[in-house]
Design a protein around this ligand. Structure first.
Ligand SMILES: Cc1cc2nc3c(=O)[nH]c(=O)nc-3n(C[C@H](O)[C@H](O)[C@H](O)COP(=O)(O)OP(=O)(O)OC[C@H]3O[C@@H](n4cnc5c(N)ncnc54)[C@H](O)[C@@H]3O)c2cc1C
Length: 296
């Protein structure tokens, strides 16, 4: 049976959108590959009413509540292709099954491309972080490193100074006078040069090695990642993309409509700076827009 909406990605944005459409008694299918962006972190912070819970528990509860609605189908799997147009989309799964829907909601998130520094990838989400609002409080103050990963990383260093004593590892990124002035005002220490590696320093700390100098010990590291929104669905639908200093996202209007009629996008896939609250809000907004577009 043709669905009113097919939602690709069943995490915070996709489930929030699905909940709105389910409550409108609309037949919908959610497809989810089960790899939310925050899966590397043991706990999630800052989502109202759920502070400190594992993200997987929040999603499990949300999914169970959603599945109580009779018009919802949830498919565990990966969407590998999408085509067609408004009122007549098709989505192919990795099993070969094909679903048909009148609207599409892309809620498939982004990939974080980390700087190519030995020791970073295996600590991602634990002691190497990107969002101080999510995990900064738990560091408990003290020495914190920020490694330049984008031209705006000096902003991150200036911000993170509210969570501890920051050393900004420039990783050979040039800094304008304006950036230097800001970092001075925020008492951020500069460590110029290429970062060679991150390793354990004992006592739970990390050692950041810059070229041939002795390592600097910090409790945690923040680093900007390069966002990558591409996946087979995004590429097949050819929605207009937006290049941001954080990476590539899908361009949407205020109601989360993309440049392709009938296709909406929500959550990190369509937001340069994302978190769970924003993803859930975007998913709800997109669902409201989808519902309206099915009627008016
Ligand atoms: C390490 C880390 C820790 C974080 N901690 C916090 C925190 O404490 N608090 C907070 O508010 N935010 C946190 N965030 C941010 C938060 O994870 C994201 O903002 C949020 O997950 C975005 O939700 P989303 O639904 O847009 O995307 P995601 O949660 O990334 O979900 C996308 C879903 O789509 C699925 N998918 C992708 N492609 C396909 C496909 N082709 N077919 C089917 N399914 C597909 C994926 O498997 C995934 O389940 C953290 C992020 C990171 C990286």
């Amino acid at each position: 049976m043709k669905q009113d909406a097919i939602i690709i990605g069943g995490s915070f944005a996709g489930l929030a959108g699905a909940m709105m459409l389910a409550r409108a008694r609309r037949p919908i299918t959610v497809i989810d590959a089960g790899l939310p962006r925050n899966r590397f972190a043991g706990h999630s912070h800052g989502f109202l009413g759920h502070d400190g819970r594992p993200g997987s528990d929040i999603l499990a509860d949300a999914r169970a509540q959603l599945l109580a609605y009779p018009t919802v189908t949830f498919v565990e799997g990966t969407a590998v292709h999408a085509g067609g147009g408004i009122d007549d989309f098709s989505v192919e799964l990795d099993t070969g099954a094909v679903l048909e829907g009148r609207r599409l909601l892309i809620a498939s998130g982004v990939r974080d491309n980390l700087p190519d520094i030995p020791g970073i990838a295996e600590r991602w989400g634990k002691t190497v972080l990107h969002c101080p609002y999510c995990h900064g409080f738990e560091i408990g103050g003290g020495a914190i490193g920020v490694i330049a990963g984008s031209p705006l990383s000096y902003h991150q260093a200036a911000l993170v100074a509210d969570w501890g004593y920051v050393t900004f590892f420039t990783n050979d990124m040039p800094l304008e006078q304006e950036a230097l002035d800001l970092l001075t005002r925020r008492n951020v220490r500069l460590a110029p040069g290429k970062v060679a590696a991150i390793s354990d320093a004992g006592g739970g700390g990390l050692s950041v090695e810059v070229e041939n100098k002795p390592g600097t010990t910090v409790k945690a590291i923040f680093v900007a990642t390069k966002l990558d929104v591409h996946n087979p669905i995004v590429d097949a639908l050819q929605c207009r993309l937006e290049e941001t200093p954080m990476g590539t996202i899908i361009d949407t209007d205020a109601m989360k409509a993309t440049s392709v009629a009938g296709v909406f996008a929500a959550g990190d896939a369509a937001r340069a700076v994302g978190n769970i609250t924003f993803a859930a809000a975007d998913g709800s907004m997109a669902a409201l827009a989808i519902h309206r577009s099915l009627i008016f």
